[in-house]
Design a protein around this ligand. Structure first.
Ligand code: DAH
Length: 381
């Protein structure tokens, strides 16, 4: 800055136009002399300047409305044409050289301040970087996302339902009346009397979705969600677990449609060579009901620890929606038919990621999630 300042000031000092006055009029001569003193004073002021604020003050002092230059312009009114021209020339000249000088110093001060700031904020790129923890999705969540993606691609909606549920939806409208022995199989957490409970399965969302459809709209939905049963926690049991429910209701739906759908999801999740198998089973809300097995992705059917030497692994319960369930939810079973399924999300994740204890999904040990971060498992796919 000092260098620039000195050059600017030197230039101003060299400018002798106001010193060597060539004019007849005494009055004009006096005024120009005044201007010359202004120039001298400005030089002194500029010499002292050290920061942006000061240069701004100088700008106002000399070039502002109340400054000497503007004042001098206003005295021109009283002069005749020739005098006006003459004085105008000198005022303009002083205005020009001061404007330029101030501007140059201003720019150099700004540059200097910016440089100082940059110097202060300089980053030493040779310093070791701060470690930023990168998160990874919970493995269960990741599996659910994968399943959702497949079903969304087949035109299914992903829907949600309450975890605190009414007995009516969790059991009754699923064809499991009070006192039915099937209720015993689902040891339920009751919250208020026998009417409000923590849902023991995601199947009540089937009912809620059908009621919304009012017996008119075809349905294609999956509902992944938490469920609860009074179980003692161990490697394969948890009082809180996750199911992925599915429901399709339309015209002319058959067991083969269910088989085809399950086949697609099994192949997408576990590999193209996977085969699916249905075994007869019993659920109150489906008829017929099946257990869904997939051929063992580990031993390809020849028998290993994972499939307990059967060559097959059970991954879901499923079936054709029971006519009672359809009609209780407002769908005429003579017109409509459908299938439903329920996957155990933990079981699928354990199989897919070779996890042997379902408690890892819930015990918030970050080491587990880190192992299965998104990138790694995509590579394995
Ligand atoms: N809700 C059943 C259970 O928790 C699983 C299930 C079986 C769901 C068959 C279904 C189904 O939708 O059709 O054991």
């Amino acid at each position: 800055m000092t260098e620039v300042k000195q050059t600017v000031i030197e230039k101003l000092k060299q400018d002798k136009k106001l010193e060597k006055i060539e004019t007849e009029s005494k009055e004009i001569k006096a005024k120009i002399k005044e201007l010359f003193f202004v120039q001298k004073e400005a030089i002194e002021d500029l010499n002292k300047v050290t920061n942006k604020k000061e240069i701004e003050e100088i700008k106002i002092k000399y070039l502002g409305k109340k400054g000497p230059i503007m004042q001098m312009y206003s005295t021109m009114k009283a002069l005749n044409g020739e005098e006006k021209k003459e004085l105008g020339f000198y005022i303009n000249h002083l205005k020009e050289i001061l404007t330029e000088a101030i501007k140059e110093i201003q720019i150099s001060l700004e540059k200097e301040e910016l440089e100082k700031k940059l110097e202060k904020e300089k980053i030493d790129i040779t310093l070791p970087a701060m470690q930023i923890e990168v998160g990874a999705p919970n493995i269960l969540e990741k599996l659910v996302e994968e399943v959702e993606e497949v079903f969304l691609s087949m035109g299914y909606d992903v829907v949600d339902g309450p975890e605190v549920e009414e007995d009516k939806y969790n059991f009754e409208m699923l064809n499991i009346p009070k006192g039915h022995p099937a209720r015993d199989a689902q040891d339920t957490f009751y919250i208020e009397g026998e009417e409000i409970l923590l849902r023991s399965q995601t199947s009540p969302v089937q009912i809620r979705t059908m009621l919304k459809g009012e017996g008119k709209t075809p349905i294609r939905m999956i509902c992944p969600g938490k469920t609860y049963r009074r179980d003692d926690d161990d490697a394969t049991h948890s009082h809180q677990f996750m199911q992925i429910e599915g429901l399709l209701v339309d015209h002319d739906i058959h067991l083969t449609d269910l088989k085809g759908t399950i086949d697609i999801i099994a192949k997408r999740l576990f590999g193209e060579e996977i085969e699916t198998r249905f075994r007869p089973s019993y659920y109150q809300f489906t008829e017929p009901s099946v257990e869904v097995d997939i051929s063992c992705f580990n031993c390809k059917g020849s028998g290993c620890n994972i499939c307990k030497h059967t060559g097959f692994i059970t991954i879901a319960g499923a079936g054709m929606v029971h006519p009672n369930v359809l009609s209780m939810s407002g769908y005429d079973p003579k017109e409509w038919s459908g299938f439903a399924f329920g996957f155990g999300a933990e079981r699928m994740a354990m199989l897919k990621y070779d996890i042997h204890d379902c408690r890892v999904f819930y015990n918030t040990d970050l080491r587990e999630t880190r192992i299965f971060d998104r990138k790694d498992s995509d590579k394995n796919d």
